[in-house]
Ligand binder design. Sequence first.
Ligand SMILES: CC(C)(COP(=O)(O)OP(=O)(O)OC[C@H]1O[C@@H](n2cnc3c(N)ncnc32)[C@H](O)[C@@H]1OP(=O)(O)O)[C@@H](O)C(=O)NCCC(=O)NCCS
Length: 163
Amino acid sequence: MQLRRLAVDDYDTVIGAVDEWWGGRPMAVMLPRFFFAHFQPTSFAAEEDGRLLGFLVGFRSQTEPAQAYIHFVGVDPAARGRDIGRRLYERFFATACDLGCREVLAVTAPINSGSIAFHARMGFAPLPGLATTPAGVPYTLDYDGPREDRVRFRRTLPDPGGE
Ligand SMILES: CC(C)(COP(=O)(O)OP(=O)(O)OC[C@H]1O[C@@H](n2cnc3c(N)ncnc32)[C@H](O)[C@@H]1OP(=O)(O)O)[C@@H](O)C(=O)NCCC(=O)NCCS
C-alpha cells in the first residue's frame, strides 16, 4: 500500500464509493470536485495495485496559518483495520508540521462512534460542547446547520523547534 497526493482523477472513484463507505449516509455532496483540484498538497490517497483504498482531504487554514483542518477521511470497508487511516493522518500531520502548523482540527457526527474512536486513537481530544453523546463525548448542536450536530476535535502538533 502506498500513499500519494490526491488527484483530480480520483474524484469519480471517491464519489462513486463514499456513500457506501459511510454505511449509506449521503456524503458525496460534501465532497465537491474543487477539493481534489485545489487542496492537493495536503490531501492524500492510499493505493494498492492501482486500487484506491482510502483518501484524506485536508488543508491549512487560510485564516489561522497555525491551524490545519481535516475535512474528510475514508477507508474502503474491506481494507479497514490495516492502519491506512493512521498512515493518512500521519502523513497529513507531517505535512502540516512542515507548513508550520501547530494544531489540527476535525469534526465528526456524534452518531459516528467509529470515527470518534479513531480520532481518539489519533491523539485528538473533543472540544467542549453543550450536548453529550451516551458515551460522554461533548458535541455542538446545529454546528453545520440545522440538525447537523458535530463533535469538534483538536490535536496539537509537535513544535518543530522543540526538544
Ligand atoms: C474511521 C476510518 C477512517 C478508520 O480507518 P482505518 O484504516 O480502519 O483505521 P486504522 O486501521 O488506521 O486504525 C487506527 C486506530 O484507530 C482505531 N479504530 C479505527 N476504527 C475504529 C472503530 N470503528 N472503532 C474503534 N477503533 C477504531 C484502530 O483500532 C486503531 O487503534 P490502535 O491505535 O489501537 O491500533 C474508517 O473506519 C472509515 O473510513 N470510516 C467511515 C468514514 C468515516 O467515518 N470517516 C471519518 C469522518 S470524516
